[in-house]
Design a protein around this ligand. Structure first.
Ligand code: C2E
Ligand code: MG
Ligand code: MG
Length: 457
C-alpha cells in the first residue's frame, strides 16, 4: 500500500513545527496522537473552532474483522477510512490518527448557526460512511461514531479534549443522527461509573464501607418471620449511600462481582453463625448474579465456606433472576444442579419481569418463586394486575413452588395476597431492610409475638 500522506508535506495548522520522530502513525503515515497533543494549543484561537473525532468501528466489530480477515486487512481498512475522511476535509485542515480506529481534526465553523448544528463536514462524513469501505475489493460496512466538541472547551488539557470528544463519538452510536456533541452529563455519568468501580475495589479491601441489610420475609398465614433477604449496602465516604441498583450492574460488567459475592456470603454466614440456635430454622436468602455461576467451582467453594462457618445448607437460599435460571449455558446449569444437590434452596427472583417462555417453570428445580414488586405494589389500583397475580400464584402452586410476594406496602395489599393464598411476603409494610443488629431486635419481637408491621421503620 502506498504511503497515504507524505509526512514532510503534512498540511499542519501550525506549520512552523514539523513532525518529530514518534509523531507519525506507521499505518496511515498521518500525524499521531502525540502530535495532536502537541499541536492543539498552537492552533489559532477563535470562538468558532470545533474538534471532531471519528471512530471507524466499535471494538467488538473491529475484533470480528481482525479475527475473520487478519491484521493486514485491518490495516487496509484503517487506511481506506483515513483516505475517505481526508478527501472530505476542508482545505488546510490536518487529519490526525489518534488511536487505532480514531481520527481527529479541528475545523472552523462559518457561522454561529452552523456551530449549533455541527459543521457541514460532519454531516458529509455521516453520509459518506453510509457507503461501505472498499478494501481489497471487499466492501466493509463501518459503524462510525462521530463526536464534536466546541473549542475552547471548559476542559484544560489537549488529552482531556480528546477523551471528551471520544466520549461524544461513543454517545453518537446511541442516537439517530450519526454524530453527537460532547455532553457533560453523560460524560459525568460515565466518569462516576468509572470512579465507583475503582472505589468499590478499595471498599472490598478495607471492609468499613460495605455492610449487609436484612429484610424479613413473613409467613402470611402465621405472621411470623420465615427468614430474611440479605441486601448489600455501600456507604461511600465522599458520595454517600450508593444504591445497589447502581453498583451491582457495574460490578457485574467487570470482574468485581465475584469478590463482592464472596464478601456478601462470608459476611452473611458470619452473622448466621453468631445467631442463637433457636433461629436455626430461619432461612437467609442471598442474591446471586450470573457471573458467579460462570465460575466452575462456585457451588463447591460455597459448600466449603458453609462448613467453615458451621451453617447447614438448608439455611441458605440463593436468589437468581429468570434470565440466569433460563440460561442454556451448560456451566450455569451444572452449578445450579450442584447447589441443589448440596441442599440449598433456589428462588426465582423478580418473577414476571423477564418475558421468558413459561415452559422453563416446568423444567427448573427451583423451589421458591418471588413475584416482582412491580405486580404487587399496584395490585389494589389495577384489577387486571390483581387477576394476573392470583393466576401466577395458582400456577406456581400447581407446579410445586412456594410463592413470595415482594413489595407489600399496605394492609390492603396484604389482605388481597392472603385471599390469593400467597405463602410469604416481604415489603415496607412489615419492615424495611435494616442493619444486622437492628434485625436481631426486630426478630426477637416478631418471634415473641408482636404483630408484623408494628415494628416497621
Ligand atoms: P431484589 O433482590 O428484588 O431486592 C428487593 C429490593 O426491593 C430491595 O432494593 C428492597 O429494599 C426493595 N424493597 C423491598 N420491599 C419493598 C417495598 O415494599 N417497596 C419498595 N419500593 N421497595 C421494596 P435494594 O436493596 O435497593 O436492591 C435492589 C436490587 O439490587 C435487588 O433487587 C437485587 O437485584 C440487587 N441487590 C441488592 N443486594 C444485592 C446483593 O447482595 N447481591 C446481588 N447480586 N444483588 C443485590
Ligand atoms: Mg432478591
Ligand atoms: Mg426481587
Amino acid at each position: 500500500m502506498a504511503i497515504f500522506v507524505d509526512a514532510a508535506t503534512l498540511p499542519l495548522v501550525a506549520p512552523e513545527t514539523r513532525p518529530m520522530p514518534g509523531q507519525i502513525d506507521h499505518v496511515t503515515s498521518l500525524p499521531n496522537r502525540r502530535r495532536f497533543i502537541a499541536d492543539l494549543p498552537l492552533q489559532p484561537g477563535g470562538a468558532s473552532r470545533v474538534l471532531v473525532l471519528l471512530t471507524l468501528a466499535d471494538a467488538k466489530h473491529f475484533n470480528e474483522i481482525l479475527r475473520a480477515l487478519g491484521h493486514e486487512f485491518a490495516d487496509h481498512m484503517v487506511r481506506a477510512g483515513a483516505e475517505r475522511i481526508a478527501h472530505l476535509l476542508p482545505a488546510g485542515c490536518t487529519l490526525y490518527h489518534v488511536s487505532v480506529l480514531s481520527f481527529a481534526f479541528v475545523t472552523v465553523t462559518t457561522s454561529a448557526e452552523e456551530a449549533a448544528r455541527a459543521p457541514a463536514v460532519v454531516n458529509t462524513l455521516v453520509q459518506s460512511f453510509r457507503r461501505p469501505l472498499l478494501c481489497d475489493d471487499l466492501p466493509i460496512v463501518t459503524r462510525v461514531g462521530i463526536g464534536v466538541l466546541a473549542l475552547p472547551a471548559l476542559i484544560n488539557t489537549p488529552a482531556e479534549n480528546l477523551r471528551a470528544v471520544l466520549a461524544a463519538a461513543q454517545d453518537s452510536r446511541r442516537g439517530p443522527q450519526g454524530w453527537a456533541f460532547y455532553n457533560r452529563n453523560t460524560d459525568e455519568a460515565h466518569q462516576r461509573a468509572f470512579q465507583l468501580l475503582s472505589d468499590l475495589r478499595q471498599a472490598l479491601l478495607h471492609d468499613t464501607e460495605l455492610s449487609l441489610a436484612y429484610q424479613p420475609r413473613i409467613d402470611l398465614r402465621s405472621g411470623r418471620a420465615e427468614g430474611a433477604e440479605v441486601l448489600i449496602r455501600w456507604a461511600h465516604p465522599a458520595l454517600g449511600s450508593i444504591p445497589p441498583s447502581e453498583f451491582i450492574a457495574l460490578a457485574e460488567a467487570t470482574g468485581l462481582m465475584v469478590p463482592l459475592t464472596d464478601w456478601i456470603l462470608t459476611a452473611a454466614l458470619r452473622h448466621m453463625r453468631a445467631w442463637p440456635p433457636a433461629w436455626d430454622r430461619l432461612k437467609v436468602s442471598v442474591n446471586i448474579s450470573p457471573s458467579s455461576l460462570h465460575q466452575a467451582n462456585f457451588a463447591e467453594r460455597l459448600g466449603t465456606l458453609m462448613s467453615a462457618f458451621m451453617v447447614t445448607p438448608d439455611r441458605l437460599e440463593l436468589e437468581f433472576t429468570e434470565g440466569t435460571l433460563t440460561s442454556s449455558d451448560a456451566a450455569v446449569t451444572d452449578q445450579i444442579t450442584q447447589i441443589l444437590a448440596l441442599g440449598m434452596t433456589v428462588a426465582i427472583d423478580d418473577f414476571g419481569t423477564g418475558y421468558s417462555n413459561l415452559d422453563y417453570l416446568t423444567r427448573l428445580s427451583a423451589q421458591v418463586l418471588k413475584i416482582d414488586q412491580g405486580f404487587i405494589r399496584t395490585m389494589d389500583q389495577d384489577p387486571r394486575r390483581a387477576i394476573l397475580t392470583r393466576a401466577i400464584i395458582d400456577l406456581a402452586h400447581k407446579l410445586g413452588y412456594r410463592v413470595v410476594a415482594e413489595g407489600i406496602e399496605t394492609h390492603k395489599i396484604l389482605d388481597m395476597l392472603k385471599a390469593c393464598d400467597c405463602d410469604e411476603g416481604q415489603g415496607y409494610f412489615f419492615a424495611r431492610p435494616m442493619p444486622e443488629a437492628q434485625f436481631r431486635d426486630w426478630l426477637k419481637s416478631n418471634l415473641d409475638g408482636a404483630p408484623p408491621g408494628e415494628l416497621s421503620a
